[in-house]
Design a protein around this ligand. Structure first.
Ligand SMILES: C[S@@+](CC[C@H](N)C(=O)[O-])C[C@H]1O[C@@H](n2cnc3c(N)ncnc32)[C@H](O)[C@@H]1O
Length: 334
């Protein structure tokens, strides 16, 4: 007996049982009917395939809803009214195609849609930049006074290793009176950064520099330096889930202990910080290595939604204590 799908509207078209038998996405285009159907299928298939969620959405459900909403051009903040709306043939095909790519090619959702979100801020991205997910964006939404950062006094901000310029833009919006400089080594990434800076209309006070860490900045000094550098250590690089292999390796790899760039960032920060200035740095899983390498630096670890905080803050005076015997004794270092 011929199988007739529960989506009665498709029964007249007929189901190709041979094509549908081995391929859930061929079957889905033929047999499924609504957005709810496709979200359900996506969750089942993501779980079954062991898809990894590390690029913005925390679960199969969140990833499925996001990909389906975006593919159909629906608002991200409104799901319920659309769940049982029936889909057109080309919409079913588009959903099947994007879900298949997410699973078969392990492409992070953000690269499939060309956008990433930090809170309610949207950034255009592609594989020239890492998918924005820095916890520093969360920190910049909070009261910074306990970290010794007075909003009214922040006039110059630096974002080192800017990638898509996401953190530089978050900072420019947080500190509307400030000028922001952002440095990036990769010209490809800078092209993406420029698109985002233009999207936010910030080109008049957010300057992009191409170069190696502080090198293009001369003697410029800042009230606040932000940085989310490449910090993944050698063993973690060798064990990355497939999704991360779509990201630029130069955005992830931080050398054997993850601290190759971090060492230079710390060593040269005092020359680029104003008195009382702060360095806010994310180091991910290299936190232990950092504390072991710099046992005398008084890191303050900032609470975020991460299970273990990986964002620290240091004052200029912590990095370059005032001259004198007491100061020299406190100096951080290996
Ligand atoms: C972890 S990503 C962070 C990007 C962005 N700030 C974010 O949070 O999404 C690190 C970025 O640093 C850049 N980078 C790597 N080495 C660099 C260097 N020596 N100087 C400046 N940028 C560098 C990479 O190209 C990459 O875009």
């Amino acid at each position: 007996m011929r199988h007739v799908s529960p989506g009665a509207s498709h029964s007249a078209k007929g189901v190709d049982p041979v094509a549908a038998a081995g391929d859930p996405f061929v079957a889905a285009v033929q047999q499924l009917s609504t957005l709810r159907d496709f979200i359900r299928l996506a969750v089942t298939r993501f779980e079954k395939a062991g898809v990894f969620f590390g690029h913005g959405n925390a679960s199969a459900w969140d990833e499925a809803v996001y990909l389906c909403q975006r593919t159909l051009g629906l608002p991200l903040d409104l799901l319920e009214p659309f769940l049982d709306a029936r889909l057109l043939d080309d919409e079913r095909q588009a959903l099947a195609d994007i879900l298949r790519r997410r699973i078969d090619e392990r492409i992070p959702a953000a690269y499939l849609t060309g956008e990433a979100w930090l809170g309610d801020l949207r950034f255009r991205i592609d594989q020239r930049v890492i998918v924005p997910r820095s916890y520093i964006a969360e920190v910049l939404r909070e009261d910074l006074e306990p970290l010794g950062i007075d909003d009214g006094r922040v006039r110059r901000v630096l974002d080192l290793c800017t990638g898509s310029a996401c953190l530089a833009i978050v900072a420019a919006l947080r500190f509307p009176e400030a000028d922001v400089d952002a440095v990036e080594l990769s010209p490809d990434a800078l092209a993406v950064a420029r698109m985002n800076v233009d999207d936010y209309g910030l080109a008049d006070r957010l300057a992009l520099f191409e170069g190696d860490l502080y090198q293009p900045l001369g003697e410029r000094r800042y009230d606040l330096i932000l940085t989310n550098p490449p910090y993944v250590d050698g063993p973690a690089m060798a064990a990355l889930p497939a999704e991360y292999l779509h990201e630029p390796v130069g955005a992830l790899a931080g050398g054997e202990d993850g601290l190759d760039l971090v060492r230079t960032i710390l060593a040269e920060a005092p020359a680029h910080l104003e008195p009382g200035g702060r360095l806010v740095m994310e180091v991910g899983n290299s936190r232990d290595a950092l504390e072991a390498a710099f046992p005398r630096l008084p890191f303050t670890w900032i609470e975020t939604t991460a299970p273990v905080s990986s964002v620290c803050v240091l004052a200029r005076e912590d990095l370059a204590p005032p001259a004198g015997p007491a100061g020299r004794k406190r100096q951080g270092g290996r």
